[in-house]
Design a protein around this ligand. Structure first.
Ligand SMILES: [Zn+2]
Length: 203
């Protein structure tokens, strides 16, 4: 008779664990201190790549309205801010041709994050000087390319999902994600350019 005790119809599909992972990662990023070690930044970058790929490829998240997909732009933006801080610390910045000053300085780090240099070792050997610079560039390069790859596949999925116009509210959310990802990709491309990687195909 009365229906108020019966549960509302809900999806029978078992939800994935993406939202749990994303929440945990987001909490960790929120708890990240303003001053972060270089090694921690790289670690967060690798983990975002792994978790992000899981979310992007998750069939449940692609269908669900409460999808973890919508957390990805925020996570990516935060990780990029950390990587920007690392580039500042290691003074990896394009020189401004007019003033011959680094385009971004530590004080100007937009996000407010400050990266602390980590001890850079290769096996047992602690590197210094120019060797550190080379290895740091390689590590940052790898991390930035992973982020770029993740955002590209994310945009691919968003494009596919946006072709389905049956849910206007969801489409609006996805479009907001898409434009947020675009601006992160724009910043990312700038950083990759500073690092001097030319084979990415970004403008
Ligand atoms: Zn999922």
């Amino acid at each position: 008779m009365s229906s108020f005790l019966s549960p509302r119809a809900c999806s029978q599909e078992a939800p994935c664990k993406c939202s749990f992972d994303a929440l945990q990662f987001m909490t960790e990023l929120r708890n990240t201190q303003t001053v972060v070690e270089f090694g921690t930044i790289l670690d967060l970058g690798y983990r975002l790549y792994e978790q992000g790929q899981n979310i992007v490829n998750c069939k449940y998240c692609q269908r669900s309205r409460q999808s973890s997909l919508i957390t990805l732009p925020v996570l990516a933006e935060q990780c990029l801010s950390l990587l920007e801080a690392a580039c500042s610390t290691y003074e990896i910045s394009r020189k401004d041709p007019l003033f011959d000053l680094p385009a971004i300085s530590l004080e100007q780090s937009l996000s407010g994050f400050i990266c602390l240099k980590s001890k850079i070792t290769l096996g047992q050997i602690e590197l210094d000087g120019e060797e550190v610079e080379i290895l740091v560039r390689m590590l940052l390069n790898r991390n930035l390319l992973m982020l770029a790859e993740l955002l590209e596949s994310f945009k691919g999925i968003l494009g596919t999902l946006l072709k389905d116009n049956s849910d206007a509210e969801r489409a609006a959310t996805l479009r907001a994600c898409d434009s947020s990802v675009d601006s992160t990709i724009h910043r990312l491309a700038g950083l990759i350019e500073q690092l001097g990687v030319e084979s990415m195909g970004y403008p």
